[in-house]
Design a protein around this ligand. Structure first.
Ligand code: UDP
Ligand code: MG
Length: 315
């Protein structure tokens, strides 16, 4: 099997026949042996019925139906697990990505790349989406150290099979798959300019909330990347520093008091010392942060619910 095309979809009934026909045309023209993996992410329209109909004329389709909407990341993850092709290509279902790009993406992987990410150099999306996206990409480039990508979240990407088998896409991580790949040790990450079309049918499945979620993910991937294996190192270290500051202030206060007693000079009651309150706060915050780190450590060792999605049907 040369290529697995993985397509997550949520209420895309109008696009599917055109999309699958287009993919078939490109594959036949190039003589590729392929499969199309459609993951229905809990559509409430007739997407699943359309897929059942398509299966009759497209035996190369494998389709998975989620019990409800679990998000694009979960859908991609299921597709990645199922994929058997040497090269795995992901694509959105809404005809914004062009199957005509498949041969060039395939060739780039064959020539040694681990991951080739599409770059929608000329985009057909509103400014309210493209401007925040530019900022996200700049921040992600900085934090991940992957400096050659302009468009981390492009739905059109190609992977060497090992890459998709080595990563776990969960939560909202579909925006940062190149970062996950880099962490897994796949560093040959390339970019390729791809065509982009306006959405032909239906509307975008992500509202304005995407930017809030995207930002939280960015912070969390940074955190996980730096401290994921040891959250204790982050919270714990600050906690210990804070605790030590409080501890040494207390020592100083005790020393100061003893000196006053020894010299028979007047000394202020401890509650009149501003430093006393500072030490109290530092010790309390230090203890709290240390415990937070401890809990984060326990949670990170037990995060087994990343892949809790339920499959209703497979064809
Ligand atoms: N999608 C999905 N689950 C979701 C939301 C979206 O599988 O919860 C799919 C959607 O059907 C499409 C792709 O993810 O195939 C990209 O979504 P969309 O086109 O709405 O995003 P945009 O192009 O606006 O970034
Ligand atoms: Mg789209």
């Amino acid at each position: 099997m040369d290529i697995s095309v993985v397509i997550p979809l949520f209420n895309e009934e109008e696009s599917l026949p055109e999309l699958t026909d287009w993919i078939r045309r490109v594959m036949l023209e190039n003589g590729f042996e392929y499969e199309i993996i459609l993951v229905d992410d809990g559509s409430s329209d007739s997407s699943w019925r359309v897929i059942q109909g398509l299966k009759e004329s497209h035996p190369e389709i494998i389709a998975v139906k989620f019990r409800r909407n679990y998000g694009k990341s979960a859908a991609l993850n299921v597709g990645f697990n199922a994929a058997e092709g040497d090269v795995v290509i992901t694509m959105d279902a809404d005809l914004q990505d062009s199957p005509d790009e498949i041969p060039a993406l395939y060739a780039a992987i064959r020539n040694g790349a681990d991951l080739v990410s599409g770059w929608k150099a000329k985009r057909y999306d509103p400014l309210t989406k493209t401007i925040p996206t530019k900022l996200f990409n700049a921040a992600t480039r900085k934090m991940s150290g992957i400096h050659n990508l302009h468009d981390f979240n492009c739905g059109l990407k190609a992977y060497r099979k090992d890459v998709v088998k080595s990563i776990e896409v969960y939560g909202e991580m579909h925006r940062y798959i190149p970062v996950l790949a880099k962490w897994a040790g796949f560093t040959k990450i390339q970019e390729q300019v791809v065509k982009h079309y306006p959405r032909k049918y239906g509307t975008t499945k992500f509202g304005a909330g995407r930017f809030v979620k995207g930002f939280l993910d960015l912070v969390s991937i940074f955190f996980v990347g730096k401290f994921g294996k040891r959250p204790m190192h982050f919270f714990g270290a600050i906690g210990v520093i804070s605790f030590l500051i409080g501890f040494f202030i207390t020592l100083y206060l005790i020393f100061d008091k003893l000196m006053s007693i020894a010299h028979g000079t007047a000394y202020r009651n401890v509650t009149e010392q501003p430093l006393f309150y500072l030490s109290l706060v530092a010790i309390l915050i230090g203890t709290q942060l240390f415990l937070t780190g401890f809990i984060a450590e326990l949670v990170s060792r037990n995060s087994t619910d990343r892949n809790k999605y339920h499959i209703e049907e497979v064809i």
